[in-house]
Design a protein around this ligand. Sequence first.
Ligand code: NAD
Ligand code: MG
Length: 392
Amino acid sequence: MRRVTVLGATGSIGLSTLDVIRRHPGRFGVYALTANASVEEMASLCREFLPEYAVMVEAGAAVELADRLSDLPQISVLQGEAGLCEVAASEAVDTVMAAIVGAAGLPPTLAAVRAGKRVLLANKEALVMSGQLFMDAVAASDAELLPIDSEHNAIFQCLPADRVRDPRGAGVTRILLTASGGPFRNHSADALKTVSPAQACAHPNWSMGQKISVDSATLMNKGLELIEACWLFNTDPSRIEIHVHPESIIHSMVEYADGSVLAQMGSPDMRTPIANGLAWPERIEAGVAPLDLFAIGRFHFERPDLDRFPCLRLAAEAFQAGGTAPAVLNAANEEAVAAFLAGTLGFTDIPVIIERTLAATEVVAGDSFEIIFAKDAEARRYAREQIRLHTV
Ligand code: NAD
Ligand code: MG
């Protein structure tokens, strides 16, 4: 029986993870569930999965949850970042699903890595922010890092299992990273200026949390994924080619020196990569609808348009700049997306805020997590100020 901690249990990935776990009661047990503030949802998940620990980040929410679960004294309720790190690193855990959204996920994900867990990485922001340090921490522990992002899980499945960090040695010539193109793939530059948060969150193929939905609409998601792929598969952007594939059936591909191109396909449902990570190297049922290629009929591919979607270019530039630049990119993006969702920033102003923040924040070598967190804070202060100036 594998004992699992689900960080971000009430989110889109967290709930999909619990749905796979629910289908295999003898194989997986839930050790801990965590959420930011949603007490109601956590209470009902705790009643179903009976974890040993439930963690709420907000103090008031933890008190309320403990009160609601007072008839279940076997569940201990913890609070704050310390609680997240404790349940991520506990000796009693085998597998940690890292499914918190944004930079807030880095401390507990890192705690799981340092404790040598099987870490299922959905929280791409954690890796993007701290790239080299994060991968060094994986190498220094016995942690088993398995990608859950559908594209990276597809690439992982198309690589020889023992050459994930050395694809060139395995004869890989290119990684073909697919992208849906998001809900505004065919919008003109002018039409993009007036799109609403509700339109941005209505993704054509995937149902996801709000932040990643907006990232998919700006193509920042693909930018973050380009950086994520470089770190996971020890490669550089010149060997990764982004293919917009609106059907979202091919989740990514790997090209080999002999001309072979291996693709991983499936219905666009995150339970496939989640089940792959939970059970790897075995395969388990995930509740995913079988692929009906006759119904799909055709696949299309096009190049991404960096003029209409400058976030992708900004991400590639930040990776090339190195050091703390990706942490700054990520922090400015999180602030800009939050402002867009709150209705205080226009969609096409998101890349403007990020570009200004990158230009104003000095790049230093990201030699320690303290430096990364300090740059994250500096970039957020600057981005918030720019957002304020932009909206008055
Ligand atoms: P979501 O918004 O649906 O859920 C986020 C979860 O994190 C919730 O449980 C929430 O309570 C928790 N959370 C939010 N802020 C927090 C904070 N400050 N501290 C601690 N916990 C906090 O997000 P999601 O769509 O499930 O995405 C989660 C992560 O997975 C993101 O990094 C996203 O990029 C990645 N991802 C998601 C999908 C998808 O299909 N949803 C696909 C690939 C990758
Ligand atoms: Mg993805």
